[in-house]
Design a protein around this ligand. Structure first.
Ligand SMILES: [Zn+2]
Length: 571
């Protein structure tokens, strides 16, 4: 069979060719693909060429984002990142829809592309040209949020510090230092509140317009479609909220009550939540990022040799930027470079156990990128967040038993305490996830989300529903500051419930690993390698977990965590 009619464009050799490219320079490649005649023979090679083009452009964009988040104060890096995120990405989406339409028109079908084609159909359905300028505006507002919050520094004991550098003082055995750290961390957000509220109102209006343009009642309904949530509905998530309120919130209250008694306090204040209840100083599992990388490598080799080897590749190829610096964007992320088939990890380590957990988490994402890279087409590796966070949250739990000496991050007894802390945090995170998700639902469906005062009141109300056992009196501003600090609400709306669903999956995989570590890790890796070729229930099942967030599952897993806490001698 000859392909003589097929004249595929000859693509650039590396993403570097697109590093400085404007949309005008990228556009012709998409036009070329759009004009290739498609039939049963040509569609396969055409898809491969489109996938390769997508790898080249997204990797160039990823490099720009990595450079910018590593140094948000450099205007040139910001401009390059903005060119990709605000100018090129919306256009790419349009071209993606254009080419996907052509593909679907041919009636093309292949079992390993079922989910990908379903995603294409969803993208086509929600796509509206008039939304493109709105997405660009949203990107610019997002950059403004990052600029405002990334530039925050505070004075601490006569020195200028970043907020992540104040974090360790929340663990001080000295209660007055903890309180001062807590107030110091809240103050910049309280100071920025009016500005951030105004910024958010603009985001809210734009998002609701996007949703209405696409034919949805509100941005929540739009987001479920845009995020391709084929395997669960807002009603399922309501059941998750209710189950968390019924099962998790009382368990967290029991944990906090034990903490209150151990600390010998009348009431727990928000600055009493991070300190070791027995008054031991915080763990300092590493001094600098080189030591963190060295020790983490040993941990991953212990979980599975293949994982250790992959992590060592990240180190060898300079794909880790781990330490906190002024001007660096806050938080942590793992970005995939699809052309090279490599992940990149960004985080803000300052020497705490939390940093170790963040690295385990991001490394879990990186193992996902390595595993799914064997899928030939880029869209088969674009997993949804529910499976992405399963990879990362499971790694936190699977790696935890290997953090101890020799040569590790802690002594066996310190490790025991660290695991107590981690498991307590798992339950607190479930409650936090329910609160953030319920708050976002309120914002976009109540009809009052444009009203800054009503928003703040709703946050207080929802926080009360999902958090008990902490006395916030006199700290209303600090409590409000919490949602302004939750960057997902600003930058990645509705990206949060995934953490809850994935945590429930991760707990199930961890439960399995306690009886058969080798099988649990093998099935975990095989599930990650599936990429986006199967639905969530099947992906979770391959990893040995049931996908869902119903009360029965949550009750079972809360009991599991509480049993383990009792065995570990929970505080
Ligand atoms: Zn993650």
């Amino acid at each position: 069979m000859s392909h003589s009619s097929l004249a595929l464009p000859v693509l650039p050799e590396s993403p570097a060719d697109f590093a400085e490219a404007s949309w005008d320079a990228i556009h012709p490649w998409y036009d070329a693909l759009a004009s290739v005649p498609l039939d049963g023979d040509s569609v396969g090679p055409w898809l491969a060429a489109w996938s390769r083009l997508e790898e080249l452009v997204t990797e160039a964009a990823a490099e720009a984002m990595i450079a910018y988040t590593g140094d948000t104060r450099d205007p040139a890096k910001e401009a390059t990142h903005l060119r990709f995120s605000a100018e090129i990405f919306p256009q790419l989406e349009e071209q993606g829809v254009r080419l996907a339409r052509r593909l679907l028109e041919t009636g093309f079908n292949r079992p390993d592309l079922d989910v990908v084609l379903k995603r294409f159909r969803a993208q086509i359905e929600i796509f509206r040209e008039e939304n493109l300028p709105l997405f660009s505006e949203l990107e610019e507002l997002s950059a403004k949020y990052q600029r405002l919050t990334g530039g925050i520094t505070v004075e601490w004991e006569g020195e200028t510090r970043t907020l992540p550098q104040i974090g360790p003082f929340l663990k001080s055995p000295d209660r007055t230092i903890r309180e001062r750290a807590f107030r110091t961390m809240g103050a910049p957000y309280i100071g920025l509140r009016a500005e951030l509220a105004e910024l958010f109102t603009k985001m809210y209006e734009l998002r609701q317009r996007v949703a209405r343009n696409s034919g949805f009642a509100d941005f929540e309904a739009y987001s479920y479609a845009a995020k391709c949530r084929f395997d669960y509905t807002p009603e399922d998530v309501t059941r998750f909220h209710d189950a968390v309120e019924a099962e998790v919130v009382p368990a967290v209250a029991r944990i906090l009550e034990r903490r209150r008694v151990t600390l010998g306090l009348d009431v727990l204040r928000p600055w009493d939540l991070d300190v070791d209840p027995a008054g031991r100083p915080p763990l300092r599992p590493f001094r600098d990022s080189a030591e963190l990388v060295e020790k983490a490598s040993r941990v991953f080799h212990a979980v599975a040799p293949e994982l250790g080897t992959e992590f060592d590749l990240l180190r060898g190829e300079r794909l880790l930027d781990l330490e906190s610096r002024a001007g660096k964007a806050p938080g942590g992320y793992c970005e995939t470079l699809h052309f090279r088939g490599r992940p990149f990890i960004h985080m803000n380590a300052v020497g705490l156990l939390d940093d170790v957990n963040t690295l385990l988490h991001e490394a879990g994402h990186s193992f996902h990128a390595f595993a799914s890279h064997r899928q030939p087409l880029v869209w088969q590796r674009y997993v949804g967040s529910e499976s992405a966070e399963l990879a990362s949250m499971t790694m936190e739990l699977l790696a935890a038993p290997y953090l101890a000496e020799p040569g590790g991050m802690a002594s066996p007894d310190e490790l025991r305490l660290a695991r107590i802390e981690h498991l307590e945090e798992v339950l607190m995170t479930l409650a936090h996830v329910a609160a953030v998700d319920a708050f976002q639902r309120w914002i976009y469906t109540s009809g009052q989300g444009h009203d800054a005062v009503a928003r703040d009141e709703a946050w207080q109300r929802i926080r009360d529903r999902f958090q008990s056992g902490v006395d916030w009196s006199g700290l209303e501003d600090e409590r409000l500051a919490r949602w302004y600090r939750q960057l997902h609400i600003f930058l990645y709306p509705f990206y949060y419930i995934e953490y809850g669903l994935a945590q429930l999956g991760a707990l199930q995989i961890w439960r399995r690993s306690r009886t058969d570590q080798a099988v649990a890790v093998r099935d975990y890796r095989e599930a990650l390698a599936l990429g986006c070729t199967v639905g969530l229930p099947e992906m979770y099942a391959r990893a040995g977990a049931r996908f869902g967030g119903d009360r029965e599952l949550i009750r079972e897993l809360v009991a599991l965590v509480e049993e383990e806490l009792a065995v570990l001698g929970g505080s």
